[in-house]
Design a protein around this ligand. Structure first.
Ligand code: GLN
Length: 307
């Protein structure tokens, strides 16, 4: 694939999708997200050779929400090593992102780190690993993203905390089942803050470049995690990155990826590129409608996926 063709391919898919309808709903249960313009649409692509491409609102910040779940896992995994898998499993859940359903039978071990239950347990791990887990996470984020002034969006975190009834239930339930060690309030507070991070498509591509590059940041080659850890995180994104639509995403797109209810999707082509799409209107499974469509058309047009 000629590198110069990427911009043309992105542009033509972007324009075609923009002309089609824009079905779905923005996430309404977090009041700050309900305010976002549903017609925003941006695409960013970063190749490992440093070339970058973008279209539409790709330099506008959006709430990355559950995309952060990959980053907290990377931090906990590099610090704790394989021990992490005693606390959270690596199986697709086949259930919605905020489901409580399987936890009782699974004795409080969430099916995977990319559903809310799993990310809440990873937050509990981060609290054990640091006296100041918010700073610990932000420092890690600075290291992987290169964005020196990155901070939480305190308004988004606050608005999510105000209506976090399901996540409160999940945290308490896992605590009762013995897989949360710290106070449920502290775990929930950290979780809502990590979800509140805002980035542009361009910044998400830069941040996730280590997952395309065997664990090293593609700009400065600084090692974040090992190649084996990278393979495993990509594998979990492939099988669990889209909740009960993970099979569909794999079937249609064929790349490891992760979505968030802010309407962002990041997808990784190992050893080649990272692509990020942002479009806030979500399908019934909570994944960006246009994001899924764009990525399906992108891997079709480039005739390139991990399969
Ligand atoms: N903060 C959101 C929540 O817990 C994240 C969910 C998501 O992005 N799918 O509900």
């Amino acid at each position: 694939m000629e590198e110069s063709n990427y911009q043309d391919i992105i542009k033509s898919i972007y324009n075609r999708i923009k002309e089609e309808g824009n079905p779905g709903e923005t996430a309404k249960y977090i009041s700050e997200l309900a305010k976002v313009d549903g017609n925003k649409f941006g695409v960013g692509l970063k190749l490992l050779n440093g070339q970058q491409f973008g279209e539409g609102d790709y330099q506008e910040k959006f709430s990355i929400q559950s995309i952060s779940k990959v980053l907290i896992l990377a931090l906990a995994y590099r610090t704790l090593g394989e021990e992490i898998w005693k606390r959270v499993d690596v199986e697709p859940s086949g259930n919605p992102f905020n489901s409580l359903y399987q936890l009782e039978a699974d004795k409080g071990i969430p099916r995977n780190p990319f559903i809310n239950a799993g990310a809440l347990v990873v937050c509990d791990v981060l609290i054990d690993l640091s006296d100041n887990p918010k700073k610990y996470f932000l420092d890690f984020l600075k290291e992987v993203s290169g964005i020196k002034d990155i901070d939480f969006s305190y308004d988004i975190a606050k608005s999510e905390l105000e209506t976090a009834f399901r996540n409160t239930a999940l945290t308490n339930f896992i605590k009762a089942l013995g897989n949360i060690k710290n106070s449920p309030d502290e775990v929930l507070d950290l979780y809502c803050h990590i979800c509140s991070i805002e980035m542009t498509c361009e910044e998400v591509c830069e941040t996730f470049s280590f997952l395309a590059n065997q664990g090293a940041n593609s700009s400065n080659n600084k090692v974040i995690i090992s190649p084996s850890q990278t393979k495993r995180i990509n594998a979990i994104m492939q099988t669990c990155g889209f909740y009960d639509e993970s099979g569909e995403f794999t079937f249609r797109v064929g790349l490891p990826g992760k979505s968030g209810v802010g309407g962002g999707i990041v997808a990784v082509m190992p050893k080649q590129y990272v692509v990020t799409v942002w479009s806030p209107k979500l399908n019934p499974k909570g994944n960006s409608y246009r994001g899924m469509k764009f990525l399906e058309d992108f891997t079709t047009a480039t005739e390139n996926s991990i399969f």
